[in-house]
Design a protein. Structure first.
Length: 244
């Protein structure tokens, strides 16, 4: 589960896959007694720390059923899907470890969200520049230590890690959509040289840039980029049924 306002991504593997994304409205998590509370859940099946009190298959089963009901067109499908969403939220509170953040005023939370978005947008626009830390601190009016604590609290990333992630996203886009040489892509995505590019890319993705380019199914020129909704519906329904 990805918490609200957390920077995240999805790495492509060498295997074909179908991903089901469910975006939960933050209103589902509002405490009617105290609307200034925000919850952060720890649900990640690839991490050993803070395992839920119920098996992961319980959550997978509910999510798969939500996916199946969303495919229906009747009012019964709608209400079953809503019921399953509330059941999922209830299971999160009952079985998953979570933190509670208390804000004196909801406007404080909204202000922090705006600051986080400003930081991310600034990094995306200026990640190639030198002295980005100093410039960013001046831009948002934070000291370097405050910026570090703010990012770790809201994204679990340091500024350096956020910059590397931004560079990797740019590199993957160029690897997938262009025929540019690896050396040029390394330079344009901010890694400086091929040696550094290969080392970081291999560490973060598990494959070299060349392997990604070969297995990443480059998009043909003048062909519309396919989005998340490009999938075999019949295959998706069969997979969802398998997990229910």
């Amino acid at each position: 589960m990805v918490n609200s306002k957390v920077v995240h991504g999805l790495q492509k593997t060498n295997q074909d896959n179908i991903c089901l994304f469910i975006q939960l409205n933050k209103a589902l998590f509002e405490n009617w007694q105290d609307k200034n509370q925000v919850y952060r859940f720890y649900l990640n099946s690839v991490k050993e720390k803070l395992k839920p009190k119920a098996p992961y298959c319980k959550f997978i089963n509910t999510v798969a059923r939500i996916g199946l009901e969303s495919d229906g067109k009747s009012i019964a499908n709608l209400y079953r899907m809503q019921a399953l969403l509330y059941a999922l939220v209830a299971d999160l509170f009952e079985y998953v470890h979570y933190d509670i953040r208390q804000y004196a005023n909801k406007s404080v939370l909204e202000e922090e969200s705006d600051v986080l978005l400003k930081i991310i947008e600034y990094v995306e626009q200026h990640y190639l520049e030198d002295n980005i830390t100093e410039r960013l601190c001046h831009y948002i009016g934070m000291s370097e230590k405050t910026l570090y604590r703010f990012l770790k609290s809201h994204t679990n990333l340091t500024l350096k890690e956020l910059i590397v992630n931004t560079k990797l996203e740019r590199a993957q886009y160029l690897l997938t959509t262009t025929d540019k040489p690896i050396s040029v892509i390394a330079c344009e995505s901010g890694f400086g040289n091929c040696k550094t590019f290969y080392r970081i890319y291999k560490k973060e993705t598990g494959m070299t840039p060349t392997e990604y380019k070969q297995n990443g199914r480059p998009i043909e020129k003048n062909k519309k980029i396919q989005g998340y909704l490009d999938f075999n519906k019949r295959e998706a329904i069969q997979l969802l049924k398998y997990y229910t």
